[in-house]
Design a protein around this ligand. Structure first.
Ligand code: GAL
Length: 718
């Protein structure tokens, strides 16, 4: 009898020991990596990581320039443990803290209170972590960000989990009697499961959310991408089976009608075989690719080729490639193990010979994301030994990295499209797109892209009405890639005659804004500042609990009320422009202005300061607002991006009433010479003359590339 009693007692004791909650968790030991950046390692992390694949060297000059900042003290309370071949992580959360990021989400910007299982996949109309860029990085409005550098299906409970031993436990309530019983009790942490024996974690600090993102981009991404100038013009993707003649007709039609065009995208039919692909020009549709490409290059119109990585038995390198492919096929095409040097060489040689040396300027890399039913299953095996789930997480990043390098070795910049990405991607010359087509959600994705070091385009494809068409074309012109993807529908910018002029106007405005856009991208490259930014990255756009006077309600403090909401339908483009897109069916909208004076872009009129606007903007224009002191440098509305060395007049629009100084970046727009200092920065200065009137001065850079000569100022605010 005694034995029977004692043995279960010991077992319970042992069970209790192994279940001792947070005691098994060890505090993370943070090591400084760069000013404002720390790293902690728990257990034995995977060898394959997103940052390893992205392979960037941190931009230490820019990180130094951002300056040092002290360790965010609360993060000292971060813990980790290994359990059943997984790593559990825990980070603290304060009461009013907000979180952003956690992948390319389409529905919400604020992420506190969400659960995400971060996996590379085609977005399926629900924010659950399955998305094109499931970057395991979150930014806190308390001035720090956490990155889990693992290529795994990381599960994040962002302010959801409540621990028994919490120092800030939620109050126990009685649902029977307390009407304010909370179905989602307060949680004071972010808990993470990494399905691996260890994890590498990075912590980025900042005086504000933007600085956190800057440090993340500069450290993990090595900076941001500076696209070639042609990449920032307008791009049109032609129907999939178009021939060279049909493409040329389309280009001529754009010219004849006066619609700007900077690059053309060819969809799968440029090849003889697609799904799977042979990557060789179809002899009937493109009998003379060299001549076709040259004709377009002469006009400074570039060509982008669609590809996916699944290989046809008719491709020239099929036999050589086969030993280096995985166990499963996609659309009956073997899946190359892109991490292997022989695969990289076979792709490089064929692509340079067939495309790049002939004048192709970029790629659209399709279908490296999902859906599951199309791609390889997780039981697949690859010759490198990398697991199928990890391969899926890094595949998009790997092919972006490879293709970008083929252009860089020729000192030529590229700018293309990718449907899959991950952490550390900010300097890669790719913009994410997808097949989902909800205009509002596309704008939310635009906001969310800014936290995680990726670019996104809300591409326009087709529309049910002319109103929808115009609204979509307006949004796309205020995004990192202004694209009409007509691969399936054959839509043209002028497809809806009743809005054809308004569509042309917004495309022209995009071209006029090239110097402004290019300058904003230079800030991405040199300072890590994303060109498109969610409002939560904008200084002066915050809610401080201490400012609250009375109860939080829309009569006493409408601004605070608005900022507390999830603002996901407006964003900043560069330092000065606030973009508030309109959606089909809407005639009015709310715009929440950060603190500081704001002006209407079109009229220069003052519109508010830290206030909530109700606007009824009409159909013809996209609502745009400019911050006090905003300088918007513009060129004439050209049909194609100006060629290297072109000299252009510049009009600088000035908004506001105060003196202000700004800078304008420029370089040759095509090569990587800027990395060696071959760029010019002009100083734009607005000051008051003796009569108190504003006047503008431009101080040009000396002996440096700079494309603008004649300058005129337009003082927009009367
Ligand atoms: C889709 C892609 C479309 C188009 C199409 C061509 O996967 O998202 O934009 O390229 O393939 O087959």
């Amino acid at each position: 009898m005694q034995v029977r009693l004692v043995v279960p007692g010991i077992i319970y004791f042992i069970l209790l020991l192994s279940f001792s909650g947070s005691q098994a968790q060890e505090a993370l030991q943070w090591q400084p990596m760069a000013p404002g950046v720390w790293k902690a390692v728990s257990g034995s992390p995977d060898k394959v990581t997103p940052l390893g694949v992205a392979g960037n060297i941190p931009n230490s000059t820019a990180l130094q320039k951002l300056g040092d900042i002290s360790f965010p003290q609360s993060l000292g309370q971060s813990y980790a443990e290994q359990f059943e071949h997984k790593t559990f992580l825990r980070f603290p959360l304060q009461r009013e803290e907000q979180l952003y990021g956690l992948g390319l989400n389409f529905k919400t910007v604020q992420q506190r209170g969400t659960i995400r299982e971060l996996q590379v996949d085609h977005y399926g109309n629900g924010d659950n972590g399955r998305t094109h860029a499931p970057v395991p990085f979150y930014v806190s409005d308390k001035g720090y960000g956490i990155l889990v550098n693992a290529a795994r299906h990381i599960k994040v409970y962002a302010g959801i989990a409540v621990r028994k031993d919490s120092e800030n436990p939620p109050e126990e309530m009685n649902r029977n009697t307390q009407r304010n019983w909370n179905p989602q009790p307060y949680s004071d942490n972010v808990e993470v499961i990494v399905p691996a024996e260890g994890a590498e974690i990075y912590l980025f600090a900042g005086n504000n959310t933007l600085e956190v993102v800057q440090r993340y981009n500069l450290f993990a991404g090595g900076g941001g991408v500076l696209p070639p100038k042609w990449g920032l013009g307008f791009t049109h993707r032609t129907p999939t089976l178009f021939s060279d003649r049909e493409v040329m007709n389309e280009v001529e039609e754009f010219e004849k009608r006066g619609y700007p065009l900077s690059f053309i995208g060819l969809e799968p039919g440029w090849q003889t075989y697609s799904y799977p692909n042979n990557y060789v020009w179809d002899k009937d549709r493109f009998p003379q690719p060299d001549q076709f490409l040259q004709k377009l290059l002469d006009k400074n119109i570039r060509v982008n080729l669609w590809i996916n990585p699944y290989i046809s038995s008719k491709s020239p390198f099929y036999k050589e490639m086969l030993p280096y492919t995985g166990t499963h096929t996609v659309w009956a095409g073997p899946v190359p193990d892109l991490t292997l040097p022989p695969v990289q060489k076979l792709f490089r040689d064929l692509f340079i010979q067939q495309h790049i040396s002939k004048g192709v300027s970029g790629y659209k890399i399709d279908e490296t994301d999902g859906y599951d039913v199309w791609l390889w299953p997780n039981v697949a095996k690859f010759p490198s030994g990398i697991g199928a789930d990890q391969m899926r997480q890094i595949y998009g990043l790997t092919i972006q990295k490879l293709t970008a390098a083929w252009f860089k070795e020729r000192n030529q910049r590229t700018y293309g499209l990718s449907r899959a990405s991950h952490a550390g991607a900010s300097s890669l010359p790719y913009v994410i797109y997808n097949d989902y087509y909800n205009h509002r959600d596309f704008i939310t994705a635009l906001c969310n892209s800014s936290f995680i070091g990726v670019l996104w385009t809300p591409e326009a494809r087709s529309s049910k009405t002319s109103e929808e068409w115009l609204r979509r074309m307006q949004s796309v012109c205020f995004s990192p890639m202004a694209m009409l993807n007509a691969w399936a529908d054959g839509t043209k910018p002028w497809t809806f005659p009743d809005v054809a002029n308004e569509v042309k106007e917004v495309m022209q405005l995009r071209m006029q804004l090239l110097p402004y856009l290019y300058n904003s991208f230079s800030q991405y490259a040199f300072e890590g500042k994303p060109p498109v930014r969610a409002m939560n990255l904008e200084p002066g756009f915050s809610f401080e609990a201490t400012e609250q006077k009375g109860d939080l309600n829309s009569t006493e403090n409408p601004y605070e009320m608005a900022v507390k909401k999830d603002i996901r339908d407006q964003y900043m483009l560069g330092d000065y422009l606030l973009v508030a897109p309109m959606f089909a069916g809407d005639t009015k909208r709310t715009v929440v202005l950060p603190r500081g004076d704001w002006y209407d872009f079109y009229t220069g009129e003052w519109v508010g300061n830290g206030s909530v606007l109700e606007i009824t903007p009409g159909l013809s224009k996209i609502p745009l607002f400019v911050k006090e002191g905003g300088m918007i440098p513009m060129i004439p509305a050209l049909l194609h991006t100006p060629k290297k060395g072109a000299s252009l007049p510049l009009t600088i629009r000035y908004y506001g009433k105060t003196e202000h100084t700004s800078t304008l970046y420029d370089d040759d727009g095509e090569s990587f010479d800027y990395e060696k200092g071959e760029f010019g920065i002009a100083t734009l200065k607005v000051s008051k003359n003796k009569k108190g009137l504003l006047q503008g001065t431009v101080i040009l850079p000396k002996n440096k590339p700079f494309s603008y000569n004649k300058f005129s100022w337009e003082f927009m605010t009367k």
